[in-house]
Design a protein. Sequence first.
Length: 218
Amino acid sequence: MTGHPTTSLRWRDHLAACAIHCTVRACSLSWRLRLSDSEAAIKAIAEGPVIFCLWHNRLAIAMTVFQQFVQRDHPARKIACLVSASRDGAILSRALEKFGATAVRGSSSRRGGQAMVELKRLAKAGHDIAITPDGPRGPRHEVQPGIITLAQLTGHPIIPCKGNIAWRRELNSWDRFQIPIPFTHCDIQFGEPFTVQRKLNEADHEAAIAELQLRMQD
């Protein structure tokens, strides 16, 4: 007799999420993170919710960075993360929730509008938002329009986040996903806040995308 396929799938996803959470939690204890930031970024974070922007292939360090450099000084801060509506996104959502984050499912091709509404609601309730502007399918390191639209809807500034992971393994994936190995050094940078006007014409919207692209360059 075989088990119900959907039930076994749920269990596998749950175990995968637990494995991701436990592995990142354990490895992060040995990571040496150093933050370089602009005074304006720290001031913006202290004043209220922001939109953190980081490339998809740096996701492995995202929650550790938030916990060490935001929640350490602002313990009550919460974060909501935009995650793909795919099966891989379901696993990542469960892992993020184990870190205390709120996962919002959606992308440009699935549930995009619903995700924007939910993120706007959470931002209004005081959550910081984290978005990978080139996810979930790329092209790698190319800003897509969604983050600019979200900044318009919420009025919150975008904080460009960069992470240079010294010792890492890169997967053979579309984004060359980076896995930090134990005891690695990570140089983290919070860039100058980028504020987007609530009303933009098409040309201004494209200009905002280009400006954020420039600010995210390594």
